[in-house]
Ligand binder design. Sequence first.
Ligand code: ADP
Ligand code: MG
Length: 463
Amino acid sequence: SGKWARAMAILREFEERCGTPIGKLRQVADAMTVEMHAGLASEGGSKLKMLISYVDNLPTGDEKGLFYALDLGGTNFRVLRVLLGGKEQRVVKQEFEEVSIPPHLMTGTSDALFGFIADELAKFVATEGEGLHVSPGRQRELGFTFSFPVKQTSLASGNLIKWTKGFSIEDAVGQDVVGELTKAMERINLDMRVAALVNDTVGTLAGGKYYNEDVIAAVILGTGTNAAYVERAHAIPKWHGLLPKSGEMVINMEWGNFRSSHLPITEYDQSLDVDSLNPGEQIFEKIISGMYLGEIVRRVLLKMAEEAAFFGDTVPPKLEVPFILRTPHMSAMHHDTSSDLRVVASKLKDILEISNTSLKMRKVIVELCDIVATRGARLSAAGVFGIIKKMGRDTVRDGEKQKTVIALDGGLFEHYTKFSSCMESTLKELLGDDISENIVIEHSNDGSGIGAALLAASHSQYL
Ligand code: ADP
Ligand code: MG
C-alpha cells in the first residue's frame, strides 16, 4: 500500500543519511587527529578538551595494600575494595557493590548526590571482613573514578566543567568534586582520603596496563563514551608544568564532545540534541553511546507512525515517550534470531504497548536497529583509528612488530555483541591486514575500578 511505501521511504532516507562508507570514516578519523592536536595546543583550542589527567605513571604491578575505589559516571555507581599483593600476588582479593542512583539525585543538589554516595560508601566500609582492614593507625585511601569532564588541578583534585549523560546539578558545576565528596564523608565521620581522582577512561587505561603492558589507550562505550591515551609530554604545548620524569602524560580526550562536518547527522539526531539537557554538546556521544541509540530508534519509529501510519491509524501513545525505548531493548530486538522475531514482538508489546505486528514490520524494526548500531559502531572504530594515527601506530616502523592494545569497557561494548563485532571488524578494515595483526581491542572488565585503586596505591600518603 501507499502507507507501507511511505514508511519504507522514511527508513531508506534515514539509512542513506546514516551511511558510513570507508572514505567517510577516514575523514572522521583525520578530523579526530586534527582536533586532538588543537586540543593539546591550547586551552579551548578544540571541542576536544584533551584534559591533562596528572597521571604520568601507569601501574607497574608493585602496588601493595588495601585500597578503595568509587566509580560514579552513569546509571550506577560502584564501590570497590581491593587487596593488592605486589608483583607476585597481584590482586589478592576484591569485593564490590553496585548501587543504582535514584534519578532525582541526578538533577538535585551537590550535597544530596555526594551525601548519598558517602552513605553508601560508609555502608560498604562497614562490611570489611577478615584480613581486609587497613593497618592500625592508617587512614583508608580511595581512588575516585568520576566520569564527567573535570579540569584537574592535581592528581587528587579537579573542578567539574559540566555534566553529561542526563546529570544536571547546577551547584556542583565549577566545584572541586573531591572537595564535595570529602565534605560529605566528613559530615558522616567517614575517615577516608581521596588519593586519586580519575576519569573512567584513565582508570580503564591504568587497569588495562596492569594486566597487559601493551595497553596504550582506553575507550568507554557505556551510557556515554570517552577515550584516554598515553601522550608524550613534550607533545602537549598547553602543558606549562614540569615535564614528568616518565616523559609521558595520560590525556583524557573527552571525545564524546567531538564533532565534525564529516559526521553523518540526521534530522532525528538534531531533534534529539535540541530536546536534550545539553543541546549542542556531546554530539559524537549522542550518535554512538548507550544512552541515545534506543532513543534514536524510537524517534524514527515515531516518524514512521505519524507520517506513514506504520502502526495503524493512531500513533501508539507510548511511542511518544522520550527514552522509553532503551538501548538494551534495542539490542535484544537486534539480536533476535527466532524465525518469527518473537523477541521483537514481545519488546514492542511490553515497552511500547504495540501488538499485532506483522513479521514484515518486525523485520523493518530489526533493520532500523541495525542502521543505528552500525553507524555508531563504525564511527567508534573511526575514533579509535584517529587515536592510533595520532600515536603513529598506524604504520609498521622499521619492520618492527610492536603490539598495540586498546582497552575497551562499558555496558554497550560488553553486551551489544553486534555493535562490538561491527566496531572490531571496521577497525580492521581501516587498519588493513598487515597492521591489524598487531593492534587488538581487549575487553577490560571493570578495569576502571581496579585502575583507580591502583593509582590510589601508587599515590598513597604512606609511600
Ligand atoms: P555507565 O556507562 O553508566 O558507567 P555501563 O558501562 O555499565 O555504565 O554501561 C551501561 C550502559 O550500557 C547502559 O546505559 C546501556 O546503554 C548500555 N547497555 C547495558 N546493557 C546493554 C545491552 N544488553 N545491550 C545494549 N546496551 C546495553
Ligand atoms: Mg562506567
